[in-house]
Ligand binder design. Structure first.
Ligand SMILES: N[C@@H](CCC(=O)N[C@@H](CS)C(=O)NCC(=O)O)C(=O)O
Length: 262
């Protein structure tokens, strides 16, 4: 295997960041994983695979699940924890399994660095590359509140406070993207498609998972945050999102995913 291996729950818009970058750069990304609840029955390792009976008897593998897996036991090898000290997925590996790369933005950066024919996707000099990094780092604030909101919706534990935090985080992120796209013209930065655009498109698409949880929201007299109001408030950002979704490197992932959210 050349390129990178990623173990994760699938489909995962945060993984799309890497598969989109890989299409643009000609990098081989090998995806291993299963639907989110099924990962409880997987061995978390470079050679990740469904659990065998003997794995459940091996106490050294059993670890307390945290984010997204509270109250469950997950089976992770020592080698997995060595490569991934936070013990989370998506978990990427170098082809020999020795180097663990975590955080979806960092995995996407690794793909762009591996690409031979993707000049400019991750900037062209220390300044333009760092500007792309600025957008990726700033996205983490939104990504964290979005994760808390989506997990709470999935577990039926969402509160008005969680909802308001997510709403505010989305508005802050979209306002910045809206400003950036309005100034740059067609993209977020550097006058061309970069990792900043990929990250934005995938994080916003992931947020749309809220639409599948309308019942939990209506029980609290709340409605999905992504609404006509949001779209009217941030027109350049939303138009940019829609345009990106149609791009040939984005549509193979985002097309099926977005169809599933409606
Ligand atoms: N910010 C990380 C999120 C990683 C994360 O929180 N993953 C959760 C699943 S949503 C996990 O692996 N939890 C396993 C555990 O807590 O043991 C990213 O974008 O890659």
């Amino acid at each position: 295997m050349a390129g990178i291996r990623i173990f994760s729950y699938l489909p995962n818009p945060r993984i799309f960041k890497s598969t989109i970058a890989a299409r643009l750069c000609g990098v081989n990304v090998e995806l291993v994983g299963a639907k989110p609840p099924e990962l409880r029955e997987w061995l978390w390792d470079f050679a990740a695979r469904p659990l065998e009976a003997k794995d459940k008897q091996d106490e050294s593998l059993a670890r307390k699940g945290r984010t997204g897996f509270v109250g469950t036991v997950l089976y992770k090898t020592d080698a997995f924890i060595e490569a991934h000290p936070f013990g989370t997925v998506p978990a990427a590996f170098s082809p020999d399994g020795r180097v663990g790369i975590f955080e979806s933005n960092s995995i996407m950066r690794a793909v762009a660095r591996l690409g031979k024919n993707c000049t400019g996707l991750y900037g062209e000099d220390p300044y333009s590359t760092s500007r792309v990094d600025s957008f990726l780092d700033a996205s983490l604030g939104f990504a964290r509140d979005s994760q808390i909101y989506l997990l709470a919706l999935a577990n039926d534990t969402v509160t008005k406070e969680i909802y308001e935090r997510a709403k505010n985080a989305l508005a802050v992120y979209l306002a910045a993207v809206n400003n950036a796209v309005s100034v740059d013209g067609a993209f977020i930065t550097n006058g061309r498609l970069t990792l900043a655009d990929i990250c934005f498109c995938c994080e916003y698409a992931l947020f749309m998972r809220e639409r599948k949880r309308k019942k939990s929201l209506s029980a609290l007299q709340l409605s999905p945050i992504v609404s006509l109001d949001i779209e009217t408030e941030f027109p350049s950002a939303i138009t940019h999102f829609r345009r990106l979704c149609e791009h040939e490197a984005f549509s193979p992932d985002l097309g099926p995913f977005l169809r599933e959210q409606t």
